[in-house]
Write a protein that binds this ligand. Structure first.
Ligand SMILES: Nc1ncnc2c1ncn2[C@@H]1O[C@H](COP(=O)(O)OP(=O)(O)OP(=O)(O)O)[C@@H](O)[C@H]1O
Ligand SMILES: [Mg+2]
Length: 325
């Protein structure tokens, strides 16, 4: 493997350059992927089923061998195992041995990462508590539900107090309160300076927690950047009315033709304008004010991450990577 990018030159926690992977000489899972994750950043890897997200993560974790890959993970060339002890990894579809108890599993993984025994015990108790599994510590894993397995997997990934946390669909199968807890935990870990790389299909969750995202499509990165930049475009405006409902309805009724001519739609106490032009918004405000209406707020309506995702991938859901030929 080429070692073009040396440790000193990159400030990225993860710097993946031109990553290629073909499975069984047939399935082109990755076709030249570039992904950069800054230190201390929460990064979301998105894309439809089969886009290559898990393959990319497995290459980082040295579980899958790439055909070609440049770049670094925590300053070491990809494929180098030296820093694995500083990474926490929650794989997708993990299957832990059912005969182990939760606390035993954590101890085992802590040992793999060379965490000293006394510290392992402390860490296991701490993380079991944090993921809401304290009462299940002594229960065999085979008795865990799907969401409990996932919580345990997250605790497992944190046992070595990692610099970099790589989570492949961490909230898959977790209930809504659990998902919220996980989100808060991730935010807390970010506050401690940890870097988090996250795969998820739950775009609303990604939107709440990620600084930057990459949208993968058929083995390539189709879009990458700060979440704010991707969702910056204004689609229209929402003008919320104040005052009394019944009186407002009467006033709006008397100006309904003019509103319709402007392309404004009224729903409840909100007037929606599909135009991106600020001049049109002001015309609308003038009209509403002249009609005796009070304005409570004016807000731009921006793209949601889901809308960006659909736009990037094109309409219609299809499985991502190239089929075997
Ligand atoms: N071990 C394997 N052997 C053969 N093909 C594989 C293997 N693992 C993955 N693939 C193929 O590689 C492509 C990318 O799969 P990958 O698991 O990376 O996608 P993904 O983006 O993680 O999808 P999902 O959202 O469903 O988890 C798919 O076409 C998949 O069928
Ligand atoms: Mg996957």
């Amino acid at each position: 493997m080429t070692m073009l990018h040396t440790t000193e030159l990159t400030n990225w926690a993860v710097d993946l350059i031109d990553v290629h992977k073909t499975y069984r000489r047939k399935v082109k899972a990755l076709r030249g992927v570039h992904v950069q994750v800054g230190r201390g950043e929460v990064f979301g890897l998105l894309g439809p089923n089969g886009a290559g997200k898990s393959t990319l993560v497995k290459i980082m974790m040295t579980v899958v061998h790439p055909d070609r890959a440049l770049g670094t993970v925590l300053g070491r060339p990809i494929g180098h195992r030296g820093k694995l002890g500083r990474i926490g990894y929650l794989p997708e579809n993990h299957r832990y041995p059912g005969y182990l108890r939760g606390e035993q599993l954590l101890d085992f993984y802590g040992a793999l990462s060379k965490v000293p025994r006394v510290q392992r015990r402390k860490n296991a108790a701490y993380w079991l508590e944090r993921v809401g599994m304290k009462d299940w510590a002594g229960t065999r894993i085979r008795e865990y539900s799907k969401g409990m397995m996932q919580r345990l997997g997250l605790a497992q990934a944190l046992m070595n107090d990692p610099e970099l946390l790589v989570l492949d669909e961490p909230t898959d199968g977790v209930d809504p309160v659990g998902r919220r807890d996980i989100r808060l935990l991730l935010t807390e870990l970010k506050g401690q300076g940890k870097t988090i790389l996250l795969n998820s299909h739950l775009l609303s969750e990604i939107e709440l927690v990620c600084d930057r995202v990459a949208i993968m499509k058929e083995g390539l990165v189709a879009r990458q950047g700060p979440l704010r930049d991707l969702t910056e475009r204004v689609l229209g405006y929402r003008v919320r009315l104040g005052g009394e409902r019944a009186a407002n309805a009467a006033r709006i009724g008397s100006m309904s033709e003019k509103l319709a001519a402007m392309g404004a739609r009224i729903e409840d106490h909100v007037v929606q304008l599909a135009s991106q032009e600020i001049g049109r918004v002001n015309e609308l405000i003038d009209l509403l004010r002249a009609g005796g209406l009070l304005i409570e707020s004016v807000e731009p309506r921006r793209l949601s991450l889901e809308e960006v995702f659909v736009e990037v991938l094109g309409a219609g859901s299809h499985v991502g990577a190239a089929r075997p030929t």
